[in-house]
Every structure is written in C-alpha cells, then in structure tokens.
Design a protein. Structure first.
Length: 164
C-alpha cells in the first residue's frame, strides 16, 4: 500500500517499474558477460599461449613430508615464493594441486630450480632442491612439481613432470 502511494506521488506506476526491473537485470547480465570476455582477452594478451609457462605444485606424501614453503627459479631468476598454511599443506597431501606460477618465457632451452622446505620424517626440518631442464616451443608449457612419498626409505622424492 505504501509503495503504491510513493509511486503515485512520483508519477510512476507499478506497470512501469516491472519492465525497468527486467531491463536492469538484463543490463547486469550483459555487464557480467562483458566482464568475463574482457578477463579472457586480458589473460590472452598478458599471457599468450605462445610464450606461456605455468608451473603447478602437488604432493602425495602420505604424511612423510609437510610442505612449509616452495621457492621457484627459472633460468637463475626467482619467479615465485610461497608459504603454505597447515590447511593448504593438508589439502595438497589429499590430492590438491596449486598453480604456483604463470608467466612468459621465450622459446628455447631453460632450467627450473625448485627449493622445498618443510618437515620430513620424524618431524625434522627438511630442505630439498630439485632441478629440471626443459625446452619451450611455441605452445603453452605446463610443468608439475610433485612431492611423492617413498614409504620404503621414508623419504620424500621430488619429481618434475611435463604435461602434454
């Protein structure tokens, strides 16, 4: 009843308000679609697939290694450094995968160095460096650094895998 009075006082009837509401909702949809398209375009411009390198981290250690941090170098330049919370480390150990780095890289041969810090078997501080030489061509390159638990010797192993 109150809304009818305020509409009448302003010279706007309810029949006009309903189409306006629909128009606003349609405009919101268009803006969201444009925003998504702009985001995709920005990603393509900032990280064209011909120069793109993406590095992921995963962990399957069955509680042999609790990841605290990882540092990533490519061709001698530090490009990423990440500190993990307890929850993030546990998520990785349950099969989670983290995108650690996305950046540009020229075609040719390159060297990746990853330094892992955490708690190893029996709760001791553990620091391990793994290196991987790879070649970048004109396609996007995806690398996964995995921490894999070796139950035979109770030591984590660090592997780099190139996704196809």
């Amino acid at each position: 009843m109150l809304s009818s009075v305020s509409f009448a006082a302003n010279g706007v009837d309810e029949e006009t308000i309903v189409p306006l509401h629909e128009q606003v909702q349609n405009l919101k949809k268009v803006v969201l679609e444009l925003n998504r398209d702009l985001y995709l375009l920005e990603e393509e411009l900032l990280f064209p697939s011909s120069t793109q390198l993406t590095v992921f981290v995963s962990s399957e250690t069955e509680n042999l290694f609790k990841l605290d941090s990882v540092s990533l170098e490519i061709d001698g330049k530090e490009v990423a450094n990440y500190l993990y919370t307890e929850k993030q480390s546990a998520s990785l150990n349950k099969g989670g995968v983290q995108r650690l780095y996305v950046g540009h890289l020229k075609t040719g041969d390159h060297r990746l160095v990853a330094t892992f810090r955490g708690l190893g078997p029996k709760g001791r501080d553990y620091r391990r460096v793994t290196e991987h030489a790879f070649s970048k061509d004109t396609e996007a390159k995806f690398l996964e650094i995995s921490v894999v638990g070796q139950s035979e010797d109770l030591q984590p192993e660090f592997q780099v895998r190139e996704w196809q």
